[in-house]
Design a protein around this ligand. Sequence first.
Ligand SMILES: C[S@@+](CC[C@H](N)C(=O)[O-])C[C@H]1O[C@@H](n2cnc3c(N)ncnc32)[C@H](O)[C@@H]1O
Length: 219
Amino acid sequence: MTTQNKAWIEEYQKVVVNWGIEPDWVLMRYHQLVSQGPVLDLGMGNGRNALFFAELGHAVDCVDVSKTWVKKCQERAKAKNLQMTAYNVDLRSFEIPKRHYSLIIASKVLQFFIKSDIKALVEKMYHGLARRGLIYLQVFSLEEFEYYLKHKREIHLVEPNTYYVPKYKLHYHFYTKEEVLSLFPKLKVIHCVEGLESDLRFKKPRKEWIINFLGQRIR
Ligand SMILES: C[S@@+](CC[C@H](N)C(=O)[O-])C[C@H]1O[C@@H](n2cnc3c(N)ncnc32)[C@H](O)[C@@H]1O
């Protein structure tokens, strides 16, 4: 094992122990690339990624349509004495200020939208980046459709790779790696990997087919 790997593993363990709920490992791996400046987390849920960056000293804004998650995330921030601003709105109507953020995160949220929403959102995200700003996406891949959705009783195909599930009243879009790479053609790709991940916090490890993308604005 190289010294560098050892150091990273130690840092990873420290973060996992501190947080209980760990941030995405890709963000932990590359956080040094995020320059000083504000961070935006879209659909932050429990805030595992947002609060990680708040702890690193970034001003953090986050957005979630769920009142419950906004409250939980605010409580976690307060308990850790961290500053962050949480907006309880649909991210499609959230105005992202131009050239503002050092990092914009959309982790496991872009699956809920149809193509036209994704297009508009991606445009806003790109313009919200400051110079050298980064965009991080974690999305579900087409493999996850086979694994998670294909066998459900009632699903309606509404667009290529996008389904509507009446039981949940939700859309699910599944991404290919090519599609992910085409979302932000002007960004320099730092990381784009598709694969199967297992979440060991569950008795029967939950498996998910995902694509992680990290890209950087160069102009
Ligand atoms: C699967 S969770 C992911 C949470 C977090 N980003 C993470 O990676 O752990 C999806 C989150 O997106 C939020 N969400 C779904 N649709 C949304 C919308 N239209 N606007 C804002 N948030 C939304 C949900 O409330 C939920 O907190």
